[in-house]
Design a protein around this ligand. Structure first.
Ligand code: AMP
Length: 464
């Protein structure tokens, strides 16, 4: 998953892009970057780490001139932790700078990359995003936006894309509308972002979503929809509502807070915990769902876990060794609240089980009498090929173990998940408009063999 931001027609473009990245830090913490383009060419600053680290010297932001900028916060789904994979990527196509920021994941990347390599392409990164640039470079179309259309008609998967060229700012979204993508206005200037929380921060008004399958360009004549890719059934990522997006954002036309609260409400109906004294959340990601659960069940909500906000999202650290440590660094218990109580702990999801196992132990150490674990999404049994960094089935605890085995592993007294129907029915639009592949195994596009992150990485390392 990643966060993207684009600014067109504002003398403060790089500064606004920087703020937009800041608001979308939760979408990727491995790296960040900004590219601007002006009459003199392209200007880029990027690096590994948080936005505040990469741009710790604010002079760097000011040194990116021009009124057009795109930015990217990275969380790798394809392509490793390598610095060269941090976006926006910047290339030359027909002697023009072309910068690209991508949220999503292409699925036919292995075959396409091999075909391009056989054709003479020399890849600079191991990202799926670079494939789009090579396809653009091979197009015979004159305008960059038409080259983009050519390229996108050859790829499959999830993409919300911003492409900055001297001709203008191009935005495109895959026909299934997998990832959120919004257009806003700030005075006379245009703003694009993954989530509306970025627009709120810079005071921009939300205009509308980039439509699924829409390829548009902003230039000095304004906004024009240049092409509509062939329609496909909508498949918004339901996990954006479960975990990924910020509750203060509006995505796919609905408030994340409202939808996440509904997940908690449905969970309380499906999986009550009679006899419990209090509910607690796992801050911050399950706060909203836990409130829904508490309201519906009538169980008093308490703040039982305190999170150290200076430690990043544990799951986003890709190596297991680092993940274990960050869970410990991240949470502590409020003993006065927990001692001698029967507690419902609501979390949004369980991936490997690392976080919850550790938390159940912490709760016991704080004197909790009984721990009821309630999860506001169904068991994650299948990897995601469309932009979330879920591990292989073997590493996903629900991919290999039954709910009862997971309960034992967590050392919880009870464990219950939201059902898939409960999740779908909590949505304000028909449940079949969402991708639920990580829960159901029902992949809207069957991924090609070898597109798993590590396999792809190894094959790319061998191929280059
Ligand atoms: P785990 O410890 O591996 O079971 O991870 C579960 C925790 O990671 C939950 O508390 C979630 O809030 C969070 N989480 C779930 N999915 C993701 C994801 N795709 N990326 C980052 N964090 C996640």
């Amino acid at each position: 998953m990643c966060g993207i931001i684009g600014i067109y027609g504002n003398p403060e473009a790089s500064n606004l892009a920087y703020l937009g990245l800041y608001a979308q830090q939760h979408r990727g913490q491995e790296g960040a970057g900004i590219v601007t383009i002006d009459d003199r060419g392209a200007h880029r600053h990027m690096g590994q780490g948080l936005v505040s680290d990469v741009f710790s010297n604010r002079k760097v932001v000011e040194s990116l001139p021009g009124s057009r900028a795109i930015g990217h916060t990275r969380y790798s789904t394809t392509g490793g932790l390598d610095a060269k994979n941090v976006g926006p990527l910047l290339f030359n196509v027909q002697n023009q700078p072309v910068a690209i920021a991508h949220n999503g994941n292409l699925v036919n990347l292995k075959a396409t990359r091999l075909r391009l390599q056989r054709d003479g392409a020399i890849f600079q990164t191991s990202t799926d995003t670079e494939i789009i640039i090579h396809l653009m470079a091979r197009s015979n179309a004159k305008r960059m936006v038409d080259r983009t259309v050519d390229a996108l008609s050859q790829v499959e998967g999830a993409y919300s894309l911003l492409i900055l060229t001297p001709e203008g700012l191009i935005a495109a979204r895959d026909p299934r509308g997998w990832r959120p993508f919004v257009i806003g206005r700030l005075g006379e200037s245009w703003v694009f972002a993954s989530e509306t929380c970025a627009l709120d921060l810079i005071g921009a008004q939300v205009l509308r979503d980039v439509q699924p399958g829409e390829v548009l360009q902003i230039d000095d004549d304004g906004l024009a929809t240049v092409h509509q890719l062939p329609a496909q059934p909508l498949k918004h990522c339901i996990f954006e509502y479960v975990y990924f997006a910020r509750p203060d954002s509006r995505i796919f036309g609905d408030n994340v807070d409202k939808m996440r609260r509904k997940l908690g409400i449905t969970l309380a109906d499906e999986a009550p915990a009679p006899g419990a004294d209090i509910t607690i959340s796992v801050p911050d990601s399950s706060n909203t769902a836990a409130l829904g659960y508490a309201d519906r069940s009538g169980i008093r909500h308490e703040i039982g876990l305190i999170r150290n906000h200076y430690v990043g999202r544990s799951f986003i650290r890709p190596e297991q060794r680092l993940r274990d440590l960050t869970v410990k660094l991240k949470f502590n218990t409020v003993k006065g609240v927990l001692e001698d109580r029967e507690v419902v702990i609501v979390d949004d999801s369980i991936v490997r089980g690392t976080t919850m196992r550790r938390l159940v132990r912490l709760l016991r150490q704080a004197g909790v009498k009984k721990v009821h674990v309630r999860i506001a999404s169904p068991p994650i049994r299948h990897p995601c090929h469309f932009g979330l960094d879920f591990p292989t089935e073997q590493e996903l605890i629900a991919g290999r173990d039954s709910v009862d085995q997971i309960r034992e592993y967590l050392e919880a007294d009870t464990l219950e998940y939201l059902s898939l129907d409960g999740l779908r029915n909590s949505m304000d639009r028909p449940g079949d408009q969402f991708c639920t592949a990580c829960f159901s195994g029902d992949y809207p596009i069957v991924p090609e063999a070898g597109s798993d992150k590590q396999i792809f990485e190894n094959s790319v390392a061998g191929a280059d």
